[in-house]
Design a protein around this ligand. Structure first.
Ligand SMILES: Nc1ncnc2c1ncn2[C@@H]1O[C@H](COP(=O)(O)OP(=O)(O)O)[C@@H](O)[C@H]1O
Ligand SMILES: Nc1ccn([C@@H]2O[C@H](COP(=O)(O)OP(=O)(O)O)[C@@H](O)[C@H]2O)c(=O)n1
Length: 212
């Protein structure tokens, strides 16, 4: 079984993807970490974020097995990740790696921006997770505070809105729901409620598949 989860920053897609993977015994890939990994390599080596050949080389060298979520999820890396994510050749290289991950048994949950539209258009279930920008900024603000950092709510909201615009307006694989995606608005759902709503969609799809 292949589950595709897309949506904007801090909509809760990663949390949902991890829980669904554990529940259904599937592997999980947070594809955002692959773009973050390329961005981090460039930042660490003092390379520019707008040189496509250099970024493509960093994408080729990226090892999906070595992505460290604790390091890569740092708030500042998200902005740099969305800059390298506009580059078609970076996307081609990373999408090949993501598809190889998705193809291995026993199945997987992938989350990102273009999973249902580009990476896994034949996924068994596609979810598009949204929440208002204010709710998403509050979630990210709480996350940073809980980790002992200090965060500025207005700055986080501005960052999320800037990233939403870059992700939806880029020419290469813009963020958008697949035509056959189920929309899940988590603005007024806690994590447990969102998980139950998502698993109800997946269970219904599995029952339908088993009946055919
Ligand atoms: N439905 C929800 N209600 C409240 N908080 C949530 C919900 N889903 C996720 N969160 C919290 O919001 C933050 C962002 O979630 P995350 O899954 O990392 O989002 P994304 O992967 O879409 O960027 C995390 O701190 C997570 O615990
Ligand atoms: N499949 C994907 C995943 C992420 N990305 C890019 O990578 C950036 C970081 O993604 P992320 O999922 O880690 O970001 P958060 O939603 O966790 O803040 C996004 O803003 C996108 O620009 C993408 O273009 N395609």
């Amino acid at each position: 079984m292949l589950i595709a989860i897309d949506g904007p920053a801090a909509s809760g897609k990663g949390t949902l993807a991890r829980r669904l993977a554990a529940h259904y015994g599937l592997r999980h890939l947070d594809t955002g970490l692959t773009y973050r990994g390329v961005a981090k390599t460039l930042l660490d080596t003092g390379r520019p974020l707008d040189d496509e050949a250099v970024a493509e080389e960093a994408a080729r060298a990226l090892d999906l097995g070595a992505l460290d979520r604790a390091v890569l999820s740092a708030h500042g890396i998200g902005e740099a990740a969305s800059k390298v994510a506009v580059m078609p050749s970076v996307r081609r290289v990373l999408v090949d790696k993501q598809r190889a991950f998705a193809a291995a048994p026993p199945g997987a949950v992938l989350d990102g921006r273009d999973i249902g539209t580009v990476v896994c258009p034949d996924a068994d279930v596609k979810l598009y997770v949204i929440a208002t920008a204010a709710v998403r900024a509050t979630r990210r603000w709480r996350e940073i505070e809980a980790a002992g950092g200090s965060a500025d709510y207005a700055g986080i909201l501005a960052d999320i809105e800037r990233r939403d615009a870059r992700d939806t307006e880029r020419a290469a694989s813009p963020m958008r729901p697949a035509e056959d995606a189920h929309l899940l608005d988590t603005s007024e759902m806690d994590i447990e409620t969102a998980f139950r709503a998502a698993s109800a969609v997946i269970d219904a799809r599995r029952a339908e598949r088993d009946a055919n």
